[in-house]
Design a protein around this ligand. Structure first.
Ligand SMILES: [Zn+2]
Length: 188
C-alpha cells in the first residue's frame, strides 16, 4: 500500500457532473482517466442550457433559477435544468481512481496524496449558497474523517488545492480552513 499523508480537496469548476463525466473530461486531456479518487455529487449530472448561459456570464446559478408558473411552458433552459436535477444524487460519493493508484490532481504531490473533487463552481460562496450543497459538505466531512482514520492523515494535511504553493486557481471555492475546523471537532 502506498503511503498517504495528505488529502487534497478540489472543485470540478462545473455546475454538474459525476465520476463518469470527469473521467471523460480527463481522457479528453490525454490523461489515463479520472485523476481524482472520489467525487462528491451535487445532484446535477448533465449540462443544461442554464449552464451554457452561466458560462457566458449571464445567468444566475440554476439552483436559484425561479421556476415559472406551471403551465406557462417556461423557457426550455429552465425546464431542462429542472429535469437534470437528481436530488437523490446530492451528496453522493462516487469512486474515481482506486486509492492505491497515484492520482493526477495536484502537481508535485500526487505520490502521497488522495484527491477528492466536489462538483461545483464559484469562489467564496458559503456552503449551501453556491454550488457546494449542505449534503456535499456533510459527505465531505464524513469521507475525510474516514480517510484520516484509515491512512493516519493529520488534520493539518487536509488541504485545498489552492493552498499548495504556486497554484493560481481558486480550487476549491470554499475555505478549507472551515473543513479542518469541522474535522478537528469531536463527534460525527
Ligand atoms: Zn483542484
Amino acid at each position: 500500500m502506498r503511503v498517504i499523508d495528505t488529502i487534497v480537496i478540489h472543485q470540478s469548476d462545473s455546475a454538474f457532473g459525476n465520476a463518469a463525466v470527469i473521467d471523460e473530461w480527463h481522457r479528453e486531456r490525454g490523461w489515463s482517466g479520472i485523476g481524482y479518487h472520489w467525487v462528491i455529487l451535487n445532484g446535477r449530472i448533465h449540462a443544461s442550457a442554464a449552464d451554457a448561459a452561466r458560462d457566458a456570464g449571464t445567468a444566475t446559478p440554476p439552483f436559484r433559477t425561479p421556476r415559472g408558473p406551471s403551465g406557462s411552458g417556461g423557457c426550455s433552459g429552465a425546464a431542462k435544468a429542472a429535469k437534470d436535477v437528481r436530488p437523490e444524487c446530492d451528496g453522493m460519493i462516487q469512486e474515481g481512481r482506486p486509492p492505491e493508484c497515484v492520482g493526477a490532481h495536484v502537481r508535485g504531490h500526487n505520490g502521497t496524496s488522495l484527491g477528492i473533487c466536489l462538483i461545483g463552481i464559484g469562489d467564496g460562496l458559503p456552503v449551501g449558497e453556491g454550488y457546494i450543497t449542505h449534503a456535499q459538505w456533510r459527505a465531505l466531512v464524513g469521507l475525510c474523517r474516514e480517510l484520516m482514520k484509515r491512512y493516519g492523515v493529520q488534520v493539518e494535511r487536509v488541504l485545498g488545492h489552492r493552498e499548495f504553493p504556486g497554484v493560481a486557481k481558486t480550487c476549491p471555492g470554499f475555505a478549507v480552513a472551515e473543513l479542518r475546523k469541522a474535522l478537528a471537532t469531536d463527534g460525527m
